[in-house]
Each structure stands twice: as structure tokens, then as C-alpha cells.
Write a protein that binds this ligand. Structure first.
Ligand code: AMP
Ligand code: ZN
Length: 493
């Protein structure tokens, strides 16, 4: 395989707000951590967008020849209903509601998550660790932060001391917030509050007697704070400092800000070189979210069973729609936008199906190598998939001109054109050709229906030799005709 590692790749780093040249910590290797789902409900299309964006990034690094360790966790404990360390655990709440074990909730929605991502052709990550599988590691980090004097224990819970941490560090540097402003804008603590400052966050929460998800710790039975699992699992599998940390934009604060604080407090090192944030999928101009009804599920898109949709769309069309927007841009879902994507997708697939059979000549009217480099330039500019897709359509334009004998291409250039197009569409963007199978089955049904009509005419004319011949020969091909009251139907084995 050809290596493209030496191509200069620039990444928008949310920590600096700038596009920076990507330099891996270990030559030829990339360590990437992406926050996974909290598995208490089915994933909506917004969640899928974020995971698809990072799948495209994972695929491009692999294509460039890097050895990538991609860690994406499953949050199966510790995520409370609101970010202020209050309310019930989301999974425990669902378990109570459905009268099943929390781990049954986790299993059900982890399976849904995997099935959904597989339909969208996402590659599995290299490691998919769970929060409950890393309680020991999380307790160890809490001990280290306590030893550094940057956390305190109150009544079986342990909190991170943000104000103390901020004396020597910069809490808020990722989200661009200043601690002083946060302090001015928050309510006073009440007597019942255990925290020293409202900005402090839980590293460990004491489990009340009714709390079912609990583990023993040096501070008594309890459960870890949500932010801690990602620090424990990312540093365990990728090291104290690793290349890339990703997630949706909504996780920047407080989740990722707290991850930075925990890691810096425990190791003294900055945990991540490039922070990457994927932007939101919106519906009716508002963020899709699990906790409101403003969302749409993948199954609704595939069946067309939602009143905003005029028809069903295949996973490949939806993926193409997502890839037409840059991962850092907001993308609004609508039926019109999906219809437009479907048209574009079909044009792209037609070109892919015809490119190998193009007639070749002695020379090329199209500078294929310059075009190929432009495809790489688009991806090297912070994974700019809309620009890449525009370039791919530039390739499609030439394919069509060659088909119409208005341009010519050499054999060598045709092979480069075909390989580049297939590589970017199938391997990098992860877009499958699902139109082929569908078109084939539509064509087949049409042909069988035509034969049924001819057979009916033959029978009406008492030409039983022809009607039997059609029935028997179709059967020999594995197509069975069934005559019923409603007419003739068929099944294909
Ligand atoms: P959650 O399971 O809620 O923790 O979310 C899983 C991932 O989906 C996180 O990276 C979120 O940032 C991301 N996410 C949530 N809502 C949306 C949305 N509307 N558009 C894109 N990503 C989202
Ligand atoms: Zn996380």
C-alpha cells in the first residue's frame, strides 16, 4: 500500500482555536479517544453524526498509512441527569422505569448502538471500554488528585477543587471561560451543598441506600463522577498524553474541561495535543437531543416512518448527506436536503459503476494527477469532506464527458481516476453503493411482472403450452409463481 503519511495534514484544534499541522507523538501512530454514548436509550441521528465524523477521521488516518488506536468508550454508569452532579443516574432511572437490571438497559442499548453504526458502515473502534469495567482505575486517579491536595472528601463523596486547581492551572481554557466569570454568574451554595465552590465537580459520589449502581471505595460505597471515566480510560489505553480527543461540541464544557483538569491534576501533564469537536445535527433549527422530542431515529429514516419525511432513505444516502457538511459546521436535517443528497449520491454511484468500462485513448484531456492531489488537499485541510465531494464530482464530470466522447483519457489515467474515486468514496468517506442492489431487485421484479402479464394473456387465449412454460422455467430459476384470488404473486428463493 502506498503511504501518504508525508502529506501535511492540518487539524482545527479547539484548544488553540487554530488549524495546526498534525504531528503525532509517535511517528506513524495515532492515538485517538472519542467519548461514546450513554447507553440508556436508542441513539438518534444527531449522535450518529458525531460518530460518523470521527469514523471518517479514523478512516482517513488509516488510509494515510498510520497505525491508529481508536478508543471509544461506552458510558454505562455515573452519568447523572444533569451536569451539576445532581439527579438520578440515567441508566438506573431507566432500569427502575422498565423494572429490569441496569445491566439489561446497558446491554439493550449497546446492541442498538452497534447495530445502528453498522448500518451506517462505521468501522468498530480498536478498543471499546466501559466505565463499569474501569472502577479501579478511576479510584486510583481520585487518590492521586487527593494526594496533590486538589480534591476533598465530604461525607463519602469526593469533589474536585476547581478554585484551588485554577491557582496554578487554567480551568476554562478549552471552552474559553474564565473561572471568575463563572463564579459571578452562579448561585450561592446552600447549607446542604457539600461542595466548597459551585464549580467543583464530583469525582466520587456516595451511594444513597436506594442507589442500585454502587461499588466499594476507600470513601465508602458509591459511584464515579461522569467526567472521570474518560480520563481513566483514555490515559490507560493511550498514555498520559495522547494525540487526539474528540466528541460532540456540547461536551466541551463541562465534560472535556473537567477531563483536562483531572488529568493535569493527577499527572501534571496536558492530556491531549489536539482537541476536536464535531458540530451538531439540528432538526427544525434546534439541536437534536435525547432529552427533548426534537429528534429523529435512524430506523425512522430507513422506513420513511416520520411525518417530516416524504419517503425512506438508505443509510448510504444519509451518510453521504452528513459528509456533504464539514464536521465543524451545524447541519440541519430536512426532507428536501435528503432528496438533494439522494440525487447527488445516485450520480456519484452511476459514475463509479461506469468508470472501469470507460473507453481509453492515447492521451488524456484531463490532468488526473492534479485532480487526485486536490482530493488529498481537501482532506488535509481539516478533513474538509464538502470540498472533497466537490472534487469527486469534478471527476464525475470528466467521466461523463469521456462517455459522451467529448474528452479522452489514457489507460493509465483511467486507472488512477477509478482507484482514487473508489478509495475516497468507499474507504475514506465510508459510503457504500447501495443503489446497485436496490436497482437490481427493482429490475428483476419488473421483468417477472412482465412475464406474469404475458402468462395471463396466454391463459386467456387458452395457450397453456406458453403459460406452463413461463411458470416452469421461472421455477427452474428459483422464482415461484402463486395463483390466488387477488391475482398472481411470486417469491424468489
Ligand atoms: P450522549 O450519549 O448524549 O453522551 O451523546 C453521544 C455523542 O453524541 C456525544 O459526543 C454528543 O456530543 C453527541 N451528540 C448529542 N447530540 C447531538 C446532535 N444533535 N448532533 C451531533 N452530535 C450530538
Ligand atoms: Zn467523555
Amino acid at each position: 500500500m502506498q503511504l501518504y503519511k508525508n502529506q501535511p495534514l492540518r487539524i482545527h484544534n479547539s484548544l488553540t482555536g487554530k488549524k495546526e499541522l498534525f504531528k503525532p507523538i509517535n511517528e506513524g501512530h495515532v492515538g485517538m479517544y472519542v467519548c461514546g454514548p450513554t447507553v440508556y436509550s436508542n441513539v438518534h441521528l444527531g449522535n450518529c453524526r458525531t460518530f460518523m465524523s470521527f469514523d471518517m477521521i479514523f478512516r482517513y488516518f488509516k488510509h494515510l498509512g498510520y497505525k491508529v488506536r481508536y478508543v471509544r468508550n461506552i458510558t454505562d454508569a455515573g452519568h447523572l441527569e444533569n451536569d451539576a452532579d445532581e439527579g438520578e443516574d440515567k441508566i438506573a432511572k431507566k432500569a427502575k422505569l422498565e423494572q429490569i437490571e441496569p445491566m439489561e438497559v446497558v446491554q439493550r442499548y449497546t446492541v442498538d448502538f452497534h447495530n445502528t453504526l453498522q448500518q451506517f458502515n462505521l468501522l468498530p473502534p480498536s478498543i471499546e471500554p466501559t466505565a463499569t469495567g474501569h472502577i479501579i482505575e478511576q479510584i486510583e486517579i481520585i487518590k492521586e488528585i487527593l494526594e496533590k491536595g486538589l480534591a476533598y472528601e465530604v461525607n463519602g463523596s469526593v469533589y474536585f477543587d476547581v478554585v484551588k486547581f485554577n491557582e496554578d492551572h487554567d480551568y476554562g481554557k478549552l471552552s474559553g471561560r474564565k473561572l471568575e466569570d463563572m463564579i459571578t454568574n452562579t448561585r450561592e451554595l446552600t447549607a446542604q451543598d457539600e461542595k466548597r465552590n459551585p464549580q467543583d465537580f464530583a469525582l466520587w459520589k456516595k451511594a444513597e441506600p436506594q442507589h442500585i449502581m454502587r461499588w466499594p471505595s476507600p470513601w465508602g460505597d458509591g459511584f464515579p463522577g461522569w467526567h472521570l471515566e474518560c480520563t481513566a480510560m483514555s490515559t490507560k489505553y493511550l498514555g498520559e498524553t495522547f494525540d487526539i480527543h474528540g466528541g460532540g461540541m456540547d461536551l466541551k464544557f463541562p465534560h472535556h474541561e473537567c477531563e483536562i483538569a483531572q488529568a493535569e491534576a493527577s499527572t501534571g501533564k496536558s492530556p491531549v495535543n489536539y482537541w476536536m469537536h464535531a458540530n451538531m445535527l439540528t432538526l427544525n433549527g434546534r439541536k437534536m437531543s435525547k432529552s427533548t422530542d426534537n429528534n429523529i431515529y435512524p430506523s425512522e429514516i430507513f422506513s420513511g416512518d416520520n411525518n417530516i419525511l416524504s419517503k425512506p432513505y438508505t443509510p448510504a444516502v444519509v451518510r453521504f448527506f452528513m459528509m456533504q457538511a464539514h464536521y465543524t459546521s451545524i447541519l440541519d436535517l430536512s426532507d428536501e436536503a435528503l432528496q438533494a443528497s439522494e440525487k447527488g449520491y445516485n450520480r456519484l454511484m452511476e459514475a463509479l459503476e461506469s468508470v472501469d468500462g470507460l473507453k481509453t485513448g492515447d492521451s488524456s484531456d484531463f490532468d488526473v494527477l492534479a485532480w487526485k492531489q486536490k482530493c488529498y488537499d481537501a482532506m488535509n485541510d481539516d478533513f474538509n469532506t464538502p470540498i472533497l465531494i466537490a472534487q469527486l464530482f469534478e471527476g464525475v464530470k470528466h467521466i461523463n464527458l469521456i462517455k459522451e466522447n467529448k474528452e479522452s483519457i489514457s489507460k493509465e489515467d483511467k486507472d488512477i481516476l477509478a482507484n482514487t474515486l473508489k478509495t475516497f468514496v468507499y474507504d475514506v468517506l465510508g459510503i457504500e453503493n447501495q443503489s446497485l442492489a436496490k436497482d437490481d431487485s427493482n429490475t428483476l421484479s419488473g421483468v417477472v411482472q412482465l412475464l406474469i402479464d404475458i402468462r395471463n394473456e396466454a391463459r386467456a387465449n387458452k395457450d397453456f403450452a406458453t403459460s406452463d412454460k413461463i411458470r416452469d422455467e421461472l421455477l427452474a430459476l428459483g422464482i415461484q409463481l402463486k395463483d390466488g384470488k387477488e391475482g398472481t404473486t411470486f417469491s424468489i428463493n
